[in-house]
Ligand binder design. Sequence first.
Ligand code: DGJ
Length: 724
Amino acid sequence: MITFNKSQQLFMLTGKNYTYAMYVNNYGYLRNVYYGEILPSCDNLMYMVDDIPVSFSPQPEEEVGRVFSVNDIPLEYSAYGRGDFRIPSAIIRSTNGSTICDLQYKSHFITKGAVKISGMPCARYGGETLTIVLIDKEKPVEVYLQYVVFDDCDVIVRNVVVKNIGNEPLYLDRIYSFCLDLPFGNFDLIKLQGAPAFERNVERCELSHGISTIQSLRGASSHMLNPFLALVEKVTTEQYGNAYGFNLIYSGSFAMHCERNMSDSVRVTGGIQDNASCIVVEPNDCFETPQATMVYSNEGIGGVSRQYADFIRAHIVCEKYVYKHRPIVVNNWESTYFDFDEEKILNFIKCAGKAKVDVFVMDDGWFGNRNDDTTSLGDWYINRSKLPNGLKTLAKACKEEGIGFGLWFEPEMVSKDSELFKLHPDWALGEPYRKRRKGRNQYVLDFSRKEVVDYVFTKMCDILDNNDICYIKWDMNRYICDAFSQNPLSSQQGDIMHRHILGVYNLAERLTTKYPNVFFEGCAGGGGRFDLGMLYYFPQIWASDLTDAYQRSKIQYGTSLAYPLSSISCHFTNSPNDRTKRLIPSTSRFAMASMGAYGYEFDLTKYSQKDFDEMHQYNEKYKNTERLILEGDLYRLASPFEKNMFCQIVVSKDKKTAYLVGLKCIDEPDYIDDRIRIYGLDDERIYYIDELNVSLSGKYLRTVGLVVRELGDFESFVWHFSAK
Ligand code: DGJ
């Protein structure tokens, strides 16, 4: 809910569990008053407002004595140059070179519904928007701060629109999506750091003085640092304590900074990464930033995750798919790589039918002359030497087996060795006079150019219109450098990275709109673009190319901090694992894959009837718990980053059923107590645990817990709970 108290000039955003308050102070600045646990309406929020500045802080010229400085108040948004020495959220340059900007309140309005951001993914379905207009009396600019709130979840969504109201261009050297100043700062910073095939490891460290940054300059949100971060109090645990979460609805290069100041207050700000970038806003034009999201929870880190899961399911993922059964897929990548032909695929499809999966997805290698990763990206026609009878034959074979047919694409790329590149070398990003850098032997198409996006769209439509395809895996396998557009109409280059990602969104929007019955899965060399921007188009994302259940326990645990289980695509794969060569029991491989959107990556052609029978059983087991994966609340009970164990439980909203998966990492002597305290259940209810054949109260399970014993390396335990 959004309210405005005119006499106090006080704005309040309130959700089920939070209060967010800001007011316009006597000097015209929009000042944050409070963000945290919900407060009773009888409290005077202004009681503790105290703006006395510290020495050395610049003050308004007309004031006598030390009464006010922008440096020492929690601001809602702050530009560069007027004495706020914290990291600025905006650097707005005029043609005379001045970057000084002083943003003060002008007006505001409240509108029904979540504001739309043109050409970009944004929070949707319901909501209310508060827009506060800030102006600089000396610079022809209006800055609109937009806040979206929803009744059904505690996430606040923010972004910024800059309008040029002058006669000359404005140059945005930086334009972040949000700024939050918290008056206290003894926090730990939690980030999700990683690498290809090692994504989203949880890292918690003290937020030290100065600026801590997470960012990507890679043209994608990247494997390296996810655009999610959390600030938690020192005493905050997984289950208890104050925690703030932040995430961007953006998939390109980003930056988020947390600055702990000398007064121990903290500024969090971020948005589009601005190294070497500049956005030009012509007179009367606007620039809209991507949205940022913030959440507060007093239920620890787990509380932040559950708030995000609810928000993402209700307001990011397409409503048509979000709570629907996710197709159980079998993908041929780990079993064939590029080495397949029609006979092999037809054989595979037959086996997929026997395995009773929902969809067979043919991965990389079906197009152009693609037999390895050196050629053919961009040539989106069938590789006839491999598949002489085309995709129709394969789709037909799938139909006969009663399963759907899915296909891999990598739409944003072009191989040097491709017809497309020969025809349009200028369609790849890069300067014409310099050799481009390649990544996985490929270049990046210049999606800032409409004709390039149109071309790829047409080619993909050709395939989709002429073949019965129900599933697309959309991959992206390199980071972006040489970010230069050879478009003769492109007068500026400073925003190419951003305009490129807008092109990616444009293609995703057009395809998902034109083919509402095709299910899209995101992917980027594993989980290199696992973010809210992509989830807006693709209900689930391939989490990692590392499918070893032990490594996956870390990847999936980390991913679940910021994203719902249903968005995490997980496959049950071979043992020994193709990459790590680790041997893991099938029960554990299933258990880990079942904690997400489930599928397989096996060479089914080597399977016997007994194996297929086993797969049927696994399919059924998964289907029995899928509702919980799609809708439930996740409680993480043991972290593989801290313990020798992974354990998570997902509990139905009514707390009547729950599904728990645990994985022992390395066997230890039995006298080491593996006690799991089970959170998330109803204290007052009695639960029957199927596998243990025991009934215990929710309170007992939370306080006493259960002890797991005699588990060897990588062995798992799976428990189903039902309330009596
Ligand atoms: C990277 C993906 O993560 C894999 O699953 C596979 O699709 C390959 N690309 C294909 O090139």
